[in-house]
Structure formats: C-alpha cells, structure tokens
Design a protein around this ligand. Structure first.
Ligand SMILES: Cc1cc2nc3c(=O)[nH]c(=O)nc-3n(C[C@H](O)[C@H](O)[C@H](O)COP(=O)(O)O)c2cc1C
Length: 207
C-alpha cells in the first residue's frame, strides 16, 4: 500500500480538525506510521526543490529524556524573555504548553525538523504541515514547537548536528489524550480582502 493510500480520511476533515495536541499517551507509534508521516513530509514544496531538510525522530527513552530536559530549559527561556519566571506567573493560555514542557520527554516520538542550509528555514514549513496533516490522518496528534538560542549548543551536542544544520521545529507526536479539532480562528472577513486591503468580499461574512 502506498503512503497516499494510507492517508484515507478526507483532506477537509484533516485540515479542519488539525489542532495542537499537547496531551499525548505514551503508546508507541508503529514504524510504518512514522514512515508514512515522514514520507508525506518530504513531498512538500520547498525553495528550488533543494529539499534542505532533515528529520530526526527521537524514539529512544534515554534520548527523549535528555531532550525533554533541554526542551524544558528552552521553554522557560522563552517565557523569561517575556517576563515570566515561575509557574504562578504563567498566563492561562500558556498552561497547556507549560505542561508539555514538563512532559515532552515521555511522548513516544519527537520529530526535530532541521534545516540543512543557512537561510533555508522557510523551506521546512510546508513539510512540517504535511507531517502534521498526515499524522492527523493516522489518528496521531502533535504540535509545532520551537526551541531557544540558549539551548542551541546542548541540542547540537545531543543530536550530533553537522555544521550548517539547525533545528527549526520540534514536533512531539503520539496518540491524543483528548480529541482533535475543531479550532478557533478569526472569521474570514477579518483576514481576507479582494483586490485591495480592506475590501471584504461578500462571500467572506463575519462570524
Ligand atoms: C511557528 C509556531 C511555533 C509554535 N510554538 C509553539 C511552542 O513553542 N509550544 C507550543 O506548545 N505550541 C507552539 N505552537 C502551537 C500554537 O500555539 C498553536 O498552533 C496555536 O495556538 C493554535 O492552536 P490550535 O491549533 O490548537 O487552535 C506553535 C505554532 C507555530 C505555527
């Protein structure tokens, strides 16, 4: 069976129910599902088809634990930059992300989406979305997350990153404890114009 045939929920269902899944069961992801997810990721458009990406899948328990400790430092470094220093300071909208920062080491697979060439970070963005949509089609959830310069050296050492390569996104993956979608987004009328900024089409009503 080809990768395309394994992704057999509708595209619409996948897109409209793809939300950030941060509470993840520890159950392992089968090899063939990881194959499908990464095979879908590498089909994505990218600048000049240079495919300047590399995906490191963390599965070993000890590696995940060590990465989890680094991720937690990175998450708090980002919050420190915003003026938050302890759990009591953290606003409610960050609470699920804070919990993920504590738990990410127990997530069954963590995909580190890397760029292999300087100036090519944008090229891994469509691949990351392909990765998440194909995971969704297999009942596997996750979310895009980012690290922080404070942990760059630790990440490089843990993963043996070659010169020129860097982690762009860190995507925890696994079976959701909760449910997929729907998502809450601004109405079309706030985000779409036709011909010039601010001319809202009648097919994009508010709400
Ligand atoms: C570029 C980018 C960076 C993100 N970084 C993080 C992150 O560091 N930690 C996290 O938990 N979620 C992160 N997210 C997930 C967003 O918080 C999430 O997509 C957004 O809040 C919408 O959530 P929803 O799809 O569940 O509605 C990131 C998403 C994007 C696109």
């Amino acid at each position: 069976m080809t990768t395309a045939n394994r992704l057999d929920i509708t595209l619409g269902e996948a897109i409209f129910s793809l939300r950030a899944i941060r509470r993840i069961k520890p159950d392992p992801i089968p090899d063939n599902d990881l194959h499908t997810i990464l095979d879908a990721a590498r089909q994505a458009p990218n600048g000049a088809n240079r495919q300047p990406w590399h995906f490191i899948v963390l599965r070993d328990a000890e590696v995940r634990k060590r990465f989890g400790a680094i991720y937690r430092v990175a998450w708090w470094a980002k919050r420190n930059d915003e003026g938050f220093f302890k759990p009591e300071d953290i606003p409610d909208h960050y609470k699920p992300a804070m919990a993920l920062a504590d738990d990410i080491g127990q997530v069954p697979a963590i995909v580190l989406v890397c760029t292999t060439a300087p100036g090519s970070r944008e090229s891994v963005i469509p691949a990351t979305q392909n990765l998440l949509l194909s995971a969704r089609a297999l009942g596997i959830g996750g979310t895009i997350t980012s690290l922080h310069p404070k942990v760059s050296d630790d990440v490089r050492e843990l993963l043996d990153l070659p010169d020129g390569a860097e982690v762009v996104y860190c995507v925890p993956l696994g079976y959701p404890q909760g449910r997929f979608g729907p998502v809450t987004r601004k109405p079309l009328s706030e985000v779409v114009s036709v011909d010039r900024w601010g001319s809202v089409p009648e097919w994009a009503p508010p709400g």
